[in-house]
Design a protein around this ligand. Structure first.
Ligand SMILES: Nc1nc(=O)c2c([nH]1)NC[C@@H]1CN(c3ccc(C(=O)N[C@@H](CCC(=O)O)C(=O)O)cc3)C=[N+]21
Length: 285
């Protein structure tokens, strides 16, 4: 068992953040008579994607966000999807547009993301928002890396001067995670599929952030004593949800460790709600 004081409890923090967002939404509703609107588009019927979208819908509803889910068949054409996005871009009551990833192979992810108005890009994936993040300017930040930062900040962990090692270099987690850490003056290492001697790098980490999607990728021998470990991985193993980190063994060595489930996942949803409110305030606040 990992001692509870060592656990980075994302479920608890996400609840607090959702509460804060809800209070602000109620205040704005009272003063101005407007509520945030979130449109979520899902193409095809991948069961994991459907679960996540259902979670987003439920969270939005509880916070007084007006959410609408577009469930489109796998056969949806790129041009049809683009036409829906264009309509949502011009709809004043829609503050956030999220297209659930992955998309089917016949649809270009880049084309779809760049069609979303940057002001409504609550995922923070648009190149305009990525560029602003690069410049450390205020923008909509990608929900998962942003959630990781919030989780660390909630324990008063400053990244300044720390060696943050990120395993995984995806556009939606690893790369933006590195940029957010760099913007907070961390020294960063990004490991990926071509990295030689992964363990050499992970053992240097003061803060180790893992986002790969491989069960038990990170074992106790790969982690420095007293490190902070954040597990972004989500894997289904023997019908249960596990991360990329061997939680029990690594938990003994780590100072703090995030669990799966109950770690980064709920933070992703909370930051999406936060971003939806921010998008509303920026555009029509
Ligand atoms: N455009 C887009 N934006 C996304 O933000 C996005 C996406 N596409 N595609 C898929 C990934 C994955 N993702 C998760 C959200 C919540 C949990 C979550 O709430 N996890 C819970 C448990 C989930 C469960 O029980 O199945 C937890 O870790 O405790 C996980 C994963 C958002 N994603």
């Amino acid at each position: 068992m990992v001692a509870s004081k060592k656990i980075l409890d994302g479920k608890k923090l996400a609840k607090k953040i959702r509460g804060d967002v809800k209070n602000e939404i109620m205040e704005i509703k009272e003063k101005k008579g407007i509520v945030p609107g979130l449109s979520v588009i899902i193409v095809g019927d991948d069961p994991a994607s459907s679960t996540y979208v259902a979670k987003k819908e439920k969270a939005a509803e509880k916070l007084g966000i007006n959410s609408k889910i577009y469930r489109l068949p796998e056969s949806t054409t790129e041009s049809h999807l683009l036409s829906i996005i264009q309509r949502l871009n011009s709809e004043d009551s829609v503050d956030g547009i999220l297209v659930q990833l992955p998309l089917p192979d016949h649809i270009s992810k880049e084309k779809i993301i760049s069609a979303i108005s940057p002001e409504k890009d609550v995922d923070g994936f648009h190149t305009t928002n990525a560029g602003k993040m690069f410049q450390n300017k205020s923008t909509l930040l990608p929900c998962t890396p942003y959630g990781v930062i919030k989780l660390l900040e909630s324990k008063n962990i400053s990244l300044e001067g720390k060696h943050v090692v990120i395993v995984g270099a995806s556009d939606i987690v690893g790369k933006p995670m590195a940029m957010l850490a760099l913007n907070r003056m961390a020294t960063i290492t990004i490991c990926h599929i071509a990295t030689q001697d992964l363990a050499y790098h992970t053992r240097q980490a003061d803060v180790l952030i893992v986002a790969v999607g491989k069960v038990n990728l990170i074992t106790a021998d790969m982690v420095k004593e007293g490190a902070i470990v954040v597990d972004v991985g989500i894997n289904r193993s023997e019908d249960r949800l596990v991360g990329d980190v061997d939680f029990e063994d690594v938990g003994k060595k780590a100072e703090l460790i995030s669990p799966v489930p109950g770690g980064v996942g709920p933070m992703t949803i909370a930051m999406l709600m936060h971003n939806t409110l921010m998008a509303m305030k920026e555009r029509r606040g």
